[in-house]
Design a protein around this ligand. Sequence first.
Ligand SMILES: C[S@@+](CC[C@H](N)C(=O)[O-])C[C@H]1O[C@@H](n2cnc3c(N)ncnc32)[C@H](O)[C@@H]1O
Length: 309
Amino acid sequence: MTKTADLAVYQQDMSKLQSIFDLWRFSVSALQQADVYFGHGTDNAVSEAQLLLAHVCHLDFNQLQQFGAAQVLDSERQQLQQLLQQRIEQRVPAAYLTGTAWFNGIPIMVDERVLVPRSPIAELIAAKFAPYVSQPPQRILDLCTGSGCIAIACALAFPEAEVDALDISNDALEVAEANILAHGLGDRVVPMWSDLYSAVGGMRYDLIVTNPPYVDAQDMADLPDEFHHEPELGLAAGDDGLDLVRSILREAPEHLTEQGILICEVGNSMLAMQQEFADVPFTWLQFSQGGDGVFMLSRADLLTYQPRF
Ligand SMILES: C[S@@+](CC[C@H](N)C(=O)[O-])C[C@H]1O[C@@H](n2cnc3c(N)ncnc32)[C@H](O)[C@@H]1O
């Protein structure tokens, strides 16, 4: 028989844990002991445990504290133990276990057909892209939309704007469409199959926002297990991570209005960009809530440096 001491925390008998605070503490210990990777919506065990526990107790994330002393049901305790098991043994990101990710406080339905939303671009959208955007954009393009999180957040930030949400994955587009409809944005946000700009012809946008695949070959080989639950199509982008970004840069001027701008996330591939395009005046954006590797470039600069891309 296995001795209790040999069991991992999440495998222990939980029946004596009565309150939400008991289960919360237990979950934090289990996640920390298992050394899971954080970075798909949270960056620590306390918040990750909070997400899982709020989900099984049918409470909002911020309500756990308020009801911390309340007793849990047996069914809630059992469901939490199952989720911890999947999180720890299979390294499934918490957002796939709960079915929801939060982007700028907006709930986005997710499953393994789309990346878990986590782009620092959320912070730019919350600030309505100030100071780079002074007039509310009329037409916005979310290139590589995935779950539709950026398109939806943009549409909510700019209630007059029309947003096209493009992706090459039909699986992702199904999720994006469900999210768009869930937020009542079916009349302003249009999901479309497209290989980069292929579906939009000569259409021009005031703002192109994109979080394309940008993980280089070395980083792909080193990714923690959690990332292997995400579609590879949303991550891998060749040896230096810039396969798609080069095309996005080259073709952007043909899809931007005169005063239009491109906002693009390249994550760790920022270094490769800075080396390859040392002469290009990218504005690398700062984030108070963490994250980097996002640049802004105006249509005028995109045109000037087009031959370089
Ligand atoms: C990094 S994910 C971003 C998803 C979402 N915008 C977000 O921020 O969470 C990149 C997305 O690009 C899509 N994609 C990959 N290659 C593409 C291409 N050639 N044209 C359009 N979309 C592409 C993938 O299917 C994936 O959904």
